[in-house]
Write a new protein. Sequence first.
Length: 334
Amino acid sequence: MDYQQAGVDLVNAEEAVKAITALVKSTYNSHVLSDLGGFGGLFRIGGEGTPTLVATTDGVGTKTEVARAGGRWEGIGQDLVAMCLDDLVCTGAHPLFFLDYLAVGKNEPTLIATLVASMARALKSAHTALIGGEIAEHPGSMAPDQVDLAGFAVGLVDPATAIGAEHVRPGDRIIGLPSPNLRSNGFSLVRAIYADLLTHVSDGVATKGELALYEELIAPSVLYAPQMLTFIDDTLLHAASHTTGGGLVNNLARVIPEGLSATIDPTTWQWPSVFTQLMSDGSVPLAEMRRTFNLGIGMALVAAPEKATVILDSHLGSVEIGRIEEGDDRARWS
């Protein structure tokens, strides 16, 4: 089983980006400081050296269908916040505010309140205001209990504390922050592998083992933003990579400059058991696991050796997973 068999065409996804790149860039003006492919879009509203706005947008994807199978919506709002804020802080930005877009088949006030309560808890932990949003009811085109979520985050980055590829140097260390679960990526493949399990959960006939696995799948994402802001304020980081769609190495490559390579040693940490079980149950090749899931590393930090030591001492569970070397790979597995 692989992502394409599950219905997600990564080749077409790359082609779609190529098809729209010129259109997107045709809208740019002198205030736009970033290019496509980064973790956030940077827009300077003042003169050079003034604080810069950073914006991100993302969704929860088809994890909502896993939540729907068991009626477990309590953590989905946190997933949404994590997907957006954890991208935002990879630029060195402090999040300011957040907006959500909820598409539903039927507007059920209790369900909406559950989703927003989960968002609010996560946002408050990162000192971010939820200033608005939209609830769109789509009868006839979505099932009454079907939900789709998207979020939009805006932050502010000071050029003095900004992080990114331009700061990365040979000899830098790469630190992984742990993720105990899938967070919110790869769920089209998960749903293909566990279609029967989700049907049993939905029908109320799931076994004890199936329910235990369901709990692993639906567990909410770790929100890294609060800890990341401490690292940023203490000027510990050169760059950071949020492990979302595409896996650890493909996302890390986004913050590695030309002429350098991030080399990742897969023996430096152990996969959480849910990934091992998923790989076995779906007969998923190792290469597919690596490009689809976080495999236990939800955020990768690039830091000078002495500052990497500070991070390792201060964050329980963090582990050195690689280093920056001269090379042309941008990022690779050792």
